[in-house]
Design a binder for this molecule. Structure first.
Ligand code: ADP
Ligand code: MG
Length: 254
């Protein structure tokens, strides 16, 4: 479903991604671990076209993300896609951030309805029906008319997940979705993510929740200093890491 090939990203002189290769099969959950500053968020942002690549390619469901390949006189070149096409590609990828980023002046229901109505042109009635369904699915059937300020952090994050799902994404990216939550609220968000994984969604999840990685992850990736240092089966990598840097990191978060 996702194929990342030789991806480099530089911010000026700062080399943040140093040749990342990764494959995420359809319907699987890939958990990305690694210390702060190792490039995890940048990698997700590249997949979602919030950053352009310095080198390399990313394919989602077979489509080259952000570019089209043009052959001229036997040489292949990449042309940046039109912003409209990029927006269309991006709308098929759901992203959930550490901060919930809900619209504060809209209720939970209105937050979830917004993009399908504005971007997809869905009728308000259809969007409402679907939003109600999604909010029920994340356990918020009784909170639909609440504003973000009237919801706990865990509830807000579940609205954010419902909002991403409202666009019927084929891929969901999570960037430390529980890091800003009080500890007692982490479980309810992880439960929704686990449910989503069990429904067959393809997911890439940046998190420090090792229990989630072990129980829900099909594949775990450990990043350090802009590169993938180690990857494999979570039970394998988390219990028996081969690399010293992975071992050190796990000793800190476990
Ligand atoms: P992580 O998510 O693993 O903590 P990030 O991907 O956020 O790491 O950051 C990796 C490195 O890239 C850090 O050194 C960070 O300061 C730098 N960085 C991230 N975004 C930008 C940006 N827009 N401009 C300059 N440097 C950036
Ligand atoms: Mg980050």
């Amino acid at each position: 479903m996702v194929e990342i090939v030789g991806v480099h990203k530089m911010f000026g002189d700062l080399h943040v991604l140093k040749g990342v290769d990764l494959e995420v099969p359809r319907g699987s959950v890939c958990v990305v671990l690694g210390p702060s500053g190792s490039g995890k968020s940048t990698l997700l942002r590249c997949i979602n076209e919030l950053e352009d690549l310095t080198a390399g390619r990313i394919y989602v469901d077979g489509d080259l993300i952000g570019y089209r390949e043009v052959e001229k006189n036997g040489t292949k070149r990449l042309h940046r896609l039109h912003p409209k096409v990029i927006a269309e590609q991006r709308s098929r990828i759901g992203m959930v951030f550490q901060r919930f980023n809900l619209f504060p002046h809209m209720t939970a229901l209105q937050n979830v309805m917004e993009a399908p109505v504005q971007v997809r042109g869905l009728s308000r009635a259809k969007a409402k029906e679907r939003a109600e369904e999604l909010l029920a699915r994340v356990g918020l059937a009784d909170r639909m008319d609440h504003y973000p300020a009237q919801l706990s952090g865990g509830q807000q994050q579940r609205v954010a997940i419902a909002r991403a799902l409202a666009m019927d994404p084929e891929l969901m990216l999570f960037d430390e979705p529980t890091s800003a939550l009080d500890p007692e609220l982490v479980g309810e968000v992880l439960a929704v993510m686990r449910d989503l994984a069990e429904s067959g969604m393809t997911m890439i999840v940046v998190t420090h929740e090792i229990g989630f990685a072990r129980e829900v992850g099909d594949h775990v990736v450990f990043m350090d200093d802009g590169a993938i240092v180690e990857q494999g089966d979570p039970r394998e990598v988390l219990t028996n890491p081969r690399e010293e840097r992975t071992r050190e990191f796990l000793a800190h978060v476990l």
